[in-house]
Design a protein around this ligand. Sequence first.
Ligand code: UT7
Length: 336
Amino acid sequence: MADKTGIRIIATGRALPLRSVSNDDLKAYMDTDDEWIYTRTGIRERRFCDPETEDTISMAVEAARLAIDKAQTEIPGFDTGEIGAVIATSCSASYMLPSIASMVQTELGLHKDILAYDLNAACSGFVFGLITGRGLLLAEGYKYCLVISSEQLSKELDLRERSTGILFGDGAGAAIIELDKTSGAAAFAGKAWSDGNMEALRCAIYPGGTLAEESPVRERKTVIEMNGHEVFRFAAAAVPQTIDTLLESSGMSLEGIDYILCHQANARIIDHVKKKYKGYEDKFLMNIASYGNTSSASIPILLDEMLESGIVKKNSKLLCVGFGAGLAWGGAIVNV
Ligand code: UT7
């Protein structure tokens, strides 16, 4: 039987670019308006990095530093030397190499002999990071794993393209996890799926021109392409499938879950899912109005904000659900 040892998120942090871009600001690039965007997505504004000073590395470092600061303040005896692994998730990394995780490792002066690598599961990255991070804690005996999700999708957007230009934003969130052996035999449930769909949502790298003596460096262009209707339909089915599967495999009901944190892709997707869980609507948390869709960073940003505001209290049980390109989706039940 699979090991059911739970995980606890002991500390979180978040980092958001300074520049806020309102729905009205987007009118400079495309024919749109605040009312259309808010009614169709629940988004009022998003943050875009200043490319001169902010990127996936700087945000990942800041979010991780804040999570570590909190752990040092709140957890007696917390020692960064016991972080055995750093997993950074991103589908918009600023560098092909080195990894975001190894840059964070260096910037924060973490041990040299730890496991540090990046994971790309698009918008499901944070949840996949929790599942694989837990696997490492169990297999390798590390005390802590640092999971960071950092995204700068603004650099992949064509702001003339209305369906994607309005949706995405930049940001990063981080969580330090440990095994929670006190939380009972059915403490953990995690499940991930992927169906290999290449068409619904992708960000291809188009190499421009050919390599020639007079032009030894190819120009590259990356841009997000999305079939909004197809992704919407997929998400509306994938989220309940994930929730139901996790509840069944953990033997829990929604009564036992304090909050549900879905990837913040579009408020309408979450509103649609809520209708299936009558009486539990208040358990679905949202902050998409302020940040738009920050891909894999959306769940840890939401969690950090909700912990800070006191809406999510310590010792809560959370059900996290991610979904996006791949098409990949999945979830995890965790404690905070
Ligand atoms: O994390 C990754 C996951 N991605 C997602 O979850 C995306 C899921 N899909 C969506 O969120 C929605 O499909 C969108 C928000 C992208 C689009 O909303 P929609 O309700 O599917 O709109 P639509 O594409 O059906 O467009 C409806 C109308 C069209 O006009 P006509 O043909 O009815 O005259 C569009 O041209 O709205 C028009 N339109 C816009 N109007 C103003 C499309 N985009 C805009 C816009 N502003 N930005």
